[in-house]
Write a protein that binds this ligand. Structure first.
Ligand SMILES: [Zn+2]
Length: 466
């Protein structure tokens, strides 16, 4: 399998450190708000990579951290007059809900929190201080950029340019403008932990170096995250870890592209973001997952209602093939496999290879989905109630296996009968008469989720299955 390594800017054959084991670390969310579609992309992409490794017979250790101490969390807690842990717990809970709906927890994911690793962080920073790679000023501890070998090797930035271009804050006490904080002295109104440098809290970059080391080892196979984390976050992680351990931190660095809205990057600072809770009002989050995988992970991906609608129709097509096979399984009789069916079986093998070839080429999920569509077309063309049970089962199993790699087709068939629809329509009418428009909208959305569209006509409310 080839993966595009940001370190070398080329596709490289993946070779794990330990045979048949993959150690992956993905930078997770800062838990001070609901996650948005842009945050969901790396989670879906790298969960899919993990799934593909499992499909190929690897054991995968997969870590996604929660940044639960940070300026944004502290500000939020102060605004609301609560503890930082109340903020982080609330948003971790909300995250887990969204993540499950995105099918991110079908396999074990290790979710360490920064505040659970304070002692290991202090030890790591002390190690850097002992190596003269870090220094303390008034309770702050900074990484000494001169101690790092090849600083800028990931982001391809030049240290001289960084230093000359850096804005120097008068209050800062750093020796070089490119030095960065490992430990921050306690300020008024901030939570803190005791340390050899007085009460304080960790900087952001250090937690990932420490949790990756503690949970996966000093050198890991794959470190991943959004492309916006490449600098300074990942560059600083490399500087810290490689300076302390004198060995490579991660062998492969993988970065996904942005999600855009009207060709602009989706971000909280631009205010053009959709939270997963927003999206879930109109779509099952599995549709969002399928949308994210519909293009190659390194390409920018434009989010729009129109595309989501198209993606949903595509996903429905795959579901229909699954339902067809489930139906046939109950109907067809067990008989010998015919000659033409041997051809169909061969064709299935070709589709599987088409899928694998795409995935082996730097996780090209867009082409892998095309392979699944081709397979769905085969199912619709060649398999019917004349088929043998063996071939129906084989097709069903193959479809399940391939879609499981992408983490889709996890929903049970939801059938809603006409009687139930009519009673909900009645309830909606009553709600509207009582001017309870919120409830009326809820009922409409509820039905829409089950592919029932309501139309208000002159003859009253009509519905159709979409
Ligand atoms: Zn990180």
């Amino acid at each position: 399998m080839k993966l595009y390594n940001s370190l070398t800017r080329q596709k490289e054959e993946f070779v794990p450190i330990e045979e048949k084991v993959v150690k992956m670390y993905n930078c997770g969310p800062t838990v001070y708000n609901y996650i948005h579609v842009g945050n969901a992309r790396p989670l879906v992409v790298f969960d899919t990579l993990r799934r593909y490794f499992i499909y190929k017979g690897y054991e995968v250790k997969f870590v996604v951290n929660f940044t639960d101490i940070d300026d944004k969390i502290i500000n939020r807690a102060n605004e609301e007059g609560v503890d930082t842990t109340q903020i982080s717990n609330k948003y971790i809970e909300a995250f887990l809900e969204d993540a499950k709906a995105l099918n991110l927890y079908d396999y074990e994911t290790i979710n360490p929190r920064a505040t659970q690793y304070i002692q290991q962080i202090i030890d790591f920073v002390q190690g850097l201080v002992d190596k003269n790679a870090a220094y303390e000023v008034n309770g702050d501890v900074y990484f000494n950029i001169d101690a790092a070998k090849n600083y800028g090797k990931l982001s391809k930035k030049n240290l001289e340019d960084l230093i000359s271009g850096a804005r120097v804050n008068i209050n800062e006490q750093k020796h070089s403008p490119a030095d960065f904080a490992l430990w921050k002295a306690k300020k008024e109104g901030e939570p803190s932990w005791d340390s050899p440098w007085g009460p304080g809290r960790p900087g952001w970059h250090i937690e990932c170096s420490v949790m990756a080391k503690t949970l996966l080892g000093e050198t890991i196979d794959i470190h991943s995250g959004g492309v916006d984390l490449q600098f300074p976050h990942h560059e600083n992680e490399i500087a810290q870890s490689e300076t302390l351990h004198d060995k490579a931190f991660a062998n492969y660095w993988l970065h996904n592209g942005f999600i855009t809205v009207d060709e602009e990057k989706m971000s909280k600072s631009l205010g053009n973001f959709f939270t997963l809770k927003d999206v879930a009002k109109n779509y099952d989050l599995e549709v969002l997952r399928f949308f994210i995988l519909s293009s190659h992970y390194r390409q920018p991906l434009n989010f729009s209602d129109y595309v989501m609608g198209q993606v949903k129709a595509g996903l429905d097509r795959i579901y229909n093939a699954k339902y067809k096979l489930e139906d046939l399984e109950k109907k067809v009789v067990d008989k010998e496999v015919s000659l033409s069916e041997e051809e169909i079986e061969k064709q299935m093998g070709l589709r599987v290879r088409e899928f694998e070839t795409a995935m082996d080429d730097d996780l090209n999920t867009a082409d892998a989905i095309t392979a699944i569509y081709n397979f769905v077309k085969d199912i619709n063309t060649y398999i019917d109630d004349e088929s043998s049970l063996y071939i129906v089962k084989k097709a069903k199993e193959t479809l399940e296996t391939l879609t499981n790699v992408l983490g889709i087709l996890k929903r049970e068939m939801e059938t809603i009968d006409d009687e139930k629809i009519l009673s909900l329509i009645e309830e909606r009418e009553a709600a509207r008469k009582n001017k309870d428009y919120q409830r009326a909208d809820e009922i409409r959305d509820e039905l829409l989720k089950q592919n029932i569209q309501l139309e208000d006509t002159r003859e009253g409310v009509k519905y159709r299955r979409i």
